[in-house]
Write a protein that binds this ligand. Structure first.
Ligand code: GDP
Length: 364
C-alpha cells in the first residue's frame, strides 16, 4: 500500500490530525476497520462516492474501499538531523514513506506554545526542510564513501548511484531540496532507491483555527503561494474540528459540517489530495459479492493493474473487459453496457483509466 508520513514541528497538531484520521466513521465503517499496526501507524479508507453507486447497481453484498497508510512521525525539531532527540529512528520512518504530509500551524492560540514563540508557517516549513536537507547531505556523504571501492572497480550500478548522489549533493549544497534535481526516465528507478528525504513529494496541511476552516486565513494563503511556487500540494484543515467530527456518526457529521459551511470533512480532502499527489488512481471490480476499489499508479497497463489484485493475474493475463464508470452507471450496469457496446475488450497494452470497471481474464 501507499504510505504518507505526517511531519511537522511539535505542537502544530500532528497527533490531533492523526487521531482524527484513524477514528472517523468512514475509517470504521470500512470493511477494514482502522487497524493500529503500531501506535503511530494507521490505515484509512480512501473515500470514493463512486463505490456506493456501483454497489447499488450491482447489488453487491460488500463494499471494499482502497486504503492508504498514515504514519505519525513525531520528534522533528531543529537539530534532528544531528541525531538529537529521536534522531535517526524517525528519519528512517520518513525514508519508508512514499510522500510527506507536512502539518503547518496556521492557528493562533496563546495557550498552545509554539517552539519558536511565534506563528509563522513559512519559517516552520523551512526549519523542517533544512533538517531534512542536512540529513540527506549527511547520508549522501556516507553513501559516496561506501561506493568508492565499487566505483573504482567499474561497477555499473555503483557508477549510476554515484552520479545521482552527486547531482543531489550539488543542489542540496546550494540550499535546494533533492526534488529539484531533474532525473532522466532511465535513472528514475535508481533515483527512487536512494530514498532521499527531500526528494519526496510534499503535501502542506494548513492547520487553521475552527473559525477559519471554511475560508482559510492569511497564514494559509501564504502557504498556498509557497506550495504553488514549489509544485507541492496543499489542503486547509482544522485538526480540532476533524477530531470532533471523528467522534460523530455519519449523519451527525454531515449536519455539523453543514453548520460550519463545509461541504465535506477536511480529512476526505486530505486523503484524496494525498492520492493525487502520489499519482494514484482507482479502478473497480464489481459483482454481487463485492464492489471493490483498487489503487494503481497513473499510466499502468492492464496486466500490471491486474497484478495489484494477484500476481497470477498479471503473469497469466489474457485480456480485460472494461467499462468506464460513467457508462456503467448511465447504462445501469454490466448487461446494459455490453448491449450498448460500451464494454470493451482490451489487451496487454491498454492503459487503465481512473474509474474503469475491470474484469480480467487470465490463465491460471
Ligand atoms: P503535535 O505535537 O504536532 O502532535 O500537536 P498536537 O496534536 O499534540 O497539538 C498540540 C496542541 O495544540 C494540543 O493541545 C491541541 O489541542 C492543540 N491544537 C491542535 N490543533 C489546534 C487548532 O486547530 N486550534 C487550536 N486552538 N489548538 C489546536
Amino acid at each position: 500500500g501507499f504510505k504518507m508520513g505526517i511531519v511537522g514541528l511539535p505542537n502544530v497538531g500532528k497527533s490531533t490530525l492523526f487521531n482524527a484520521l484513524t477514528r472517523t466513521a468512514a475509517a470504521q465503517a470500512a470493511n477494514f476497520p482502522f487497524c493500529t499496526i503500531e501506535p503511530n501507524v494507521g490505515e484509512v479508507a480512501v473515500p470514493d462516492p463512486r463505490l456506493d453507486k456501483l454497489a447499488a447497481i450491482a447489488k453487491s453484498k460488500q463494499i471494499i474501499p482502497t486504503r492508504m497508510t498514515f504514519v505519525d512521525i513525531a520528534g522533528l525539531v531543529k537539530g534532528a538531523s544531528k541525531g538529537e532527540g529521536l534522531g535517526n529512528q524517525f528519519l528512517a520512518n520518513i525514508r519508508e514513506c512514499d510522500a510527506i504530509a507536512h502539518v503547518l500551524r496556521c492557528f493562533e492560540d496563546d495557550d498552545v506554545t509554539h517552539v519558536d514563540g511565534r506563528v509563522d508557517p513559512i519559517e516552520d516549513a523551512q526549519t523542517i526542510e533544512t533538517e531534512l536537507m542536512l540529513a540527506d547531505l549527511e547520508s549522501i556523504e556516507r553513501r559516496l564513501q561506501n561506493l568508492v571501492r565499487k566505483v573504482r572497480g567499474g561497477d555499473k550500478e555503483a557508477l549510476e548511484q554515484e552520479r545521482l548522489l552527486k547531482a543531489a549533493q550539488e543542489v542540496l549544497e546550494d540550499g535546494r531540496p533533492a526534488r529539484t534535481v531533474e532525473v532522466a526516465d532511465e535513472d528514475m528507478k535508481a533515483w527512487r532507491m536512494l530514498q532521499l528525504l527531500t526528494a519526496k513529494k510534499i503535501l502542506y496541511v494548513c492547520n487553521v483555527g475552527e473559525g477559519d476552516a471554511a475560508t482559510g486565513n492569511a497564514q494559509s494563503e501564504r502557504v498556498r503561494e509557497m506550495a504553488a511556487a514549489e509544485g507541492a500540494g496543499v489542503v486547509v484543515i482544522s485538526a480540532q474540528i476533524e477530531e470532533e467530527i471523528a467522534q460523530l456518526d455519519e449523519d451527525e457529521a454531515k449536519e455539523f459540517l453543514t453548520e460550519l459551511g463545509l461541504e465535506e470533512a477536511g480529512l476526505d480532502r486530505l486523503i484524496r489530495a494525498g492520492h493525487e499527489l502520489l499519482g494514484l488512481q482507482t479502478y473497480f471490480t464489481v459483482g454481487p459479492k463485492e464492489t471493490r476499489a483498487w489503487t494503481i499508479k497513473r499510466g499502468m497497463l492492464a496486466p500490471q493493474a491486474a497484478g495489484v489484485i494477484h500476481g497470477d493475474f498479471e503473469r497469466g493475463f489474457i485480456r480485460a473487459e472494461t467499462t468506464a464508470y460513467e457508462d456503467y452507471v448511465a447504462l445501469g450496469g454490466e448487461a446494459g453496457a455490453k448491449e450498448a457496446g460500451k464494454m470493451r475488450v482490451e489487451g496487454k497494452t491498454y492503459e487503465v483509466k481512473d474509474g474503469d470497471v475491470m474484469h480480467f481474464l487470465f490463465n491460471a
